[in-house]
Design a protein around this ligand. Structure first.
Ligand SMILES: Nc1ncnc2c1ncn2[C@@H]1O[C@H](COP(=O)(O)OP(=O)(O)O)[C@@H](O)[C@H]1O
Ligand SMILES: [Mg+2]
Length: 248
């Protein structure tokens, strides 16, 4: 049975997608069977893994409407299976709002392929709407990527409260694996101070930070993870370490 891990933060630009893609690639490198689930209408994970969302005829939205997940999943050069997103996923909250059992549509769809994978990594959209609640309702664990700047904190308290509500009301299995500090620049005192404050403030594990690097800007242009484009880079090493941590 696959373990389901969501990367969530309603703030954009905190490296949810980058972390989903590179963690997924690192898990594949470690011999795991991985499905990456793109639940963001901006479809950045889909694009980062080499598929142009505009060329696709089907995506996650079709799965929400009842299409078999196996009919939509794509292969990628990194060896990750991908449930792609297209722009039509922007209508997901509206589609789901009128359904009964609306929080469980993603969970039930993923369950149909749970034996095909060791991991399902969900890249969430920057919102706390119904589609993100679906991701949290499906997940065993959630990682909260967070940029190490004071302003990036805004909203994390609310996210942790939402996760606690989901756990209490609809998904008792759910737990926060940790906060993942991203875009980290250890040379600045400010970033260090923010990093040291995270654990005491939110009372969750703080995972090893991912260092800011230009390598991350290059990889999506060729549709590969940084593990493929810069296998020896610090970022690749750090995401491999994260994969080891989540497999523990
Ligand atoms: N460690 C890093 N170093 C430098 N740039 C990064 C790093 N991680 C992510 N980025 C860049 O930051 C931007 C936002 O990342 P992204 O993963 O799209 O965030 P989100 O999914 O949370 O919106 C992207 O341009 C990405 O390439
Ligand atoms: Mg994203």
């Amino acid at each position: 049975m696959a373990r389901i891990l969501a990367l969530a933060n309603q703030k954009g630009g905190v490296a949810k997608t980058t972390s989903a893609v590179n963690l997924a690639a690192a898990l594949v490198e470690a011999g795991q069977r991985v499905l990456l689930v793109d639940l963001d209408a901006q479809a950045c994970a889909t694009f980062c893994l080499g598929w142009d969302p505009e060329d696709l005829e089907r995506g996650a939205m079709d799965v929400l409407r009842g299409t078999e997940i196996r009919e939509v999943v794509l292969k990628t050069a990194d060896g990750i299976d991908l449930l792609p997103a297209r722009i039509d996923l922007a209508g997901a909250d509206q589609l789901l709002a009128s359904r009964s059992g609306r929080e469980f549509v993603v969970r039930d769809a993923l369950a149909t392929v749970a034996n095909d994978y060791d991991w399902m990594i969900i890249d969430c959209s920057p919102s706390l709407g119904i589609i993100t609640i679906n991701a949290l309702a499906a997940a065993d664990e959630v990682i909260i990527p967070l940029q190490c700047e004071t302003l990036s904190h805004r909203g994390v308290g609310q996210l942790i409260e939402t996760i606690a509500d989901v756990k209490r009301l609809i998904n008792p299995r759910l737990r926060v694996l940790g906060i993942l500090p991203t875009l980290y620049d250890g040379r600045t005192a400010h970033a260090k101070a923010v990093l040291n404050d995270l654990g005491p403030r939110y009372k969750v594990e703080v995972l090893a930070p991912i260092t800011r690097s230009i390598r991350f800007a290059e990889a999506p242009a060729v549709g590969r993870s940084i593990l493929a484009t810069s296998p020896k880079s610090k970022g690749a090493v750090e995401y491999r370490a994260l994969a080891q941590r989540v497999m523990r």
